[in-house]
Design a protein around this ligand. Structure first.
Ligand SMILES: NC(=O)c1ccc[n+]([C@@H]2O[C@H](COP(=O)([O-])OP(=O)(O)OC[C@H]3O[C@@H](n4cnc5c(N)ncnc54)[C@H](OP(=O)(O)O)[C@@H]3O)[C@@H](O)[C@H]2O)c1
Length: 266
């Protein structure tokens, strides 16, 4: 990776309190970026901040993706301190562990609110700044579930598919303003995502699933995410053999429908 690329860049990271977001914070701190760490759990964000090598360069901003009415105020706070935003990393999200049959409408809406509406609310708040700067970069964390549906992931998969449509359109529209967008599709990454996933009634699943525990180490995933940003990739798939399902669906759909529904969802 080009290690100077992120030096002094102002990078706003959502979902910075855990998993992929937390590791993004650590690697970007090492790369010299100025970071805005956002999530709901501020004490966890402060704990992560206190561990970083260049603490004084960074700030913590509480953000609830389910209620983004204050995103413009948050954006103003960032602008007051740094005077610009170079990269927005839309990473915060929640997963699901319930069939479509058993998932309440409330939970369907919550997942869509956090993973889709919350995500694009931040993008809309930074877009005028990116236009004015005539530069800006967004990393969107979708999922391989944004490429194909899967057991126990109906709402999650729908929210991650939606991000593709939105950001493919956006990057075409904003090309004259120099906007760069990378949509990432991680497969199985070893983070607490399954523990934090919601059941059909909105309770925490509370279990580290086998697929998660045996997934790609999060530091490897984040290195690949940052490389994709540096290289301005439109799309990047990150994971191990589970990525084959994406290619199988595209090139051998009959095989996909024979094999993939038999895979374990946890
Ligand atoms: N791990 C994987 O295998 C995998 C695969 C594909 C895609 N992804 C995607 O990668 C992203 C990060 O997931 P992860 O694996 O790192 O999971 P994680 O460890 O559970 O982290 C999720 C992050 O999202 C934040 N978040 C959740 N609800 C939020 C809300 N209402 N408002 C603001 N922040 C919220 C959490 O912070 P707070 O709870 O503090 O708010 C946390 O920082 C997600 O978008 C996920 O869908 C993960």
């Amino acid at each position: 990776m080009n290690t100077t690329y992120f030096n002094q860049k102002v990078v706003w990271i959502t979902g910075a309190s855990s998993g992929i977001g937390e590791e993004l914070v650590r690697q970007l701190d090492q790369a010299g970026a100025q970071l805005i760490l956002s999530a709901r759990n501020v004490s966890k964000l402060n704990e992560i901040l206190s561990d970083l090598s260049q603490q004084s360069k960074h700030m913590v901003l509480k953000l609830d993706l389910e209620n983004t009415s204050n995103v413009e105020e948050l954006t103003n706070e960032i602008m007051q301190r740094y005077g610009r935003i170079d990269v927005l990393i839309n990473n915060g999200g929640i997963s699901q562990r319930a069939t479509a049959h058993d998932t309440s409408m409330e939970v369907n809406r919550k997942i869509m609110e956090v993973n889709y509406f919350g995500n694009i609310a931040l993008t809309k708040a930074v877009l005028p700044i990116f236009r004015q700067q005539k530069s800006g970069q967004i990393l969107v964390i979708s999922s391989i579930a944004g490429k194909f549906g899967f057991h126990l992931r109906s709402a999650y998969s729908a929210s991650k598919h939606a991000l593709f449509g939105y950001y493919e359109s956006l990057v075409m529209e904003e090309s004259d303003y120099g906007l760069k967008v990378t949509v990432a599709c991680p497969g199985k990454i070893n983070t607490p995502i399954s523990t934090n996933a919601v059941t059909g009634e909105g309770k925490a699943h509370g279990q580290m699933d086998h697929n998660q525990a045996t997934g790609m180490p999060v530091d490897v995933c984040v290195k690949q995410l940052l490389r994709a940003l540096v290289n301005n990739k439109h799309e990047v798939l990150i994971g191990n053999k589970e990525l084959l399902a994406v290619h199988m669906k595209r090139f051998f759909p009959r095989l996909f429908w024979k094999l993939i529904p038999k895979q374990s969802p946890t």
